[in-house]
Design a protein around this ligand. Structure first.
Ligand code: CMC
Length: 430
């Protein structure tokens, strides 16, 4: 990182020089690493709204322009012209693969899709009505109990094997969590199918009859995976990085990422969004919900709207919207009530001053839930599908972090507002 400029910070008449780093794209970054040692002050930034916690070469977002790129390639081009496993390669290794490299990578991922047979018993320990995300957090964390030969983070080869295992096995684990929750037998992966088709097969096939994956659904599934593959330093990715900074094994770190993703402000928003659309129910009730979303005293928010970084249309949402039309056409459900509510809600919110002023646009989760619902997934599977897709992003960021010679354990500081030093009082005198 070459810096040529600096900023001057003055505190109580004393000045400190803070180097300014210029990124490839995006705003300049003030380097405050030596600030505490030199000036005895911390910086205060709850929610990390102005803080870069690492440097990275993987994903770039310009929230004002609505731009998202992976290794420099725009997401709309990747969604239209590439496919998920090629994007996985790009994220993991930094460049688009040659034909041979892609064949080899696809072969490795395809041949790691089965999970240790003993893990089937682990699934059976969960209650049938467990949320599939709860099962996934447990099962992915438990992978470190089954794959001892890929838990040493200091061994480059083991890191590579763990990466492949996680990307390959995550669809199997998500599909098994689903099958278990509905009381159907687990379906083993099929090596002749591509990544998305294999996932659909494991979710929707049953041993009693043949199941043919529709290519339009498979393409839509692949696009959902592609659009969710990585998203810079979001909450779950930062969770993975923080967990990994202590040297924790990759399965534990990814389980932490899944746990964070589950929240309704993050990956859980797709489930929450569809549930909200169903709760609204009919177009005539939309104004009531818009008013609630605008009311400062009501905690209700329009799920699927707004984003910490995008203050313009979420570029993933644009692609997802087009994909939704394709899938709904195929399924012949252009006019179901949930869809009518979604379309009308989008129209009204986009014209409303409150949403315009606060730059609240539909995000990727607004449309993904509609597609997944049309495909036949229950809402409880929406976030697990997000987790399947985001695994490669978590892994790429994890690998990048471990290769960084500046790696330090993540340890934020605080602005302490609690009691000053005081003496313990015996219980008889309180
Ligand atoms: N409905 C109504 N008002 C909202 C909404 C919403 N969905 N989102 C933000 N606002 C308001 C908020 O009340 C605040 O108003 P004020 O300035 O008057 O206090 C203002 O807009 C800024 O909101 P914020 O909470 O400070 O913004 P944030 O960057 O911390 O939050 C967010 C971003 C995504 C958590 C938030 O927009 C939200 O809760 N959206 C709904 C959940 C959702 O759809 N999440 C999926 C995000 S995309 C997928 C992913 O990355 O996981």
């Amino acid at each position: 990182m070459a810096e040529t400029r600096s900023a001057t910070l003055t505190i109580d008449g004393k000045s400190y020089e803070l180097p300014i780093h210029s990124p490839t794209a995006g705003p300049d970054v003030l380097d405050i690493r030596k600030l505490y040692a030199q000036a005895n002050v911390f910086t205060y930034d709850p929610g990390f709204t102005s803080t870069a916690a690492c440097d990275s070469t993987i994903t770039f977002i310009d929230g004002d322009e609505g731009i998202l790129t992976h290794r420099g390639y725009p997401i709309d081009q990747l969604a239209a012209e590439s496919h998920f496993l090629e994007v996985c390669y790009l994220l993991l290794y930094g460049d688009l693969p040659s034909k041979e490299e892609l064949d080899q990578f696809e072969g490795i991922i395809t041949r790691h899709t089965m999970i240790h047979e003993q893990m089937h018993y682990f699934f059976r320990g969960f209650r049938r009505d467990s949320h599939p995300m709860a099962t996934m957090v447990g099962v992915v964390g438990a992978m470190s109990a089954f794959y001892h030969d890929s838990t040493d983070v200091n061994d480059q080869k083991q890191r590579e094997i763990a990466s492949h295992r996680l990307i390959a096995k995550m669809p199997t684990i998500a599909a098994m969590a689903y099958k278990y929750s509905i009381g159907q037998p687990f379906m083993y992966p099929r090596n002749e199918l591509d990544y998305a088709s294999n996932f659909l097969h494991m979710c929707f096939a049953v041993p009693a009859e043949d199941y043919k994956v529709d290519p339009i659904l498979s393409r839509a599934m692949d696009r959902i995976f592609t659009l969710h593959a990585d998203h810079e330093q979001n909450a779950s990715t930062s969770t993975v990085r923080l967990a990994s900074s202590s040297g924790a094994n990759p399965f534990a770190c990814i389980a932490a990422g899944i746990a964070c993703l589950w929240g309704p402000a993050h990956g859980g928003a797709n489930q929450a969004c569809l549930e909200m659309l169903r709760e609204i129910g009919t177009v005539d009730r939309i104004p009531e919900y818009i008013e609630r979303a605008k009311d400062r005293n009501d905690p209700f928010r329009l799920m699927g709207f707004g984003h910490r970084v995008y203050k313009n249309f979420d570029p993933r949402a644009k692609v997802m919207k087009a994909s939704a039309d394709e899938v709904l056409d195929l399924m012949g459900i252009q006019n179901n009530p949930t869809l009518q509510v979604a379309k009308e809600l989008e129209r009204i919110a986009l014209e409303d001053d409150y949403f315009q002023d606060k730059k609240l646009y539909p995000n990727v989760d607004f449309y993904s839930g509609i597609i997944l619902d049309a495909m036949g997934f229950p809402t409880s599977m929406f976030t697990p599908i997000f987790a399947v897709a985001r695994t490669v992003g978590w892994i790429s960021q994890w690998k990048e972090q471990l290769a960084d010679p500046q790696l330090k354990i993540g340890r934020p500081r605080q602005l302490y507002l609690g009691d000053k030093l005081r003496d313990y009082v015996d219980i008889s005198r309180r």
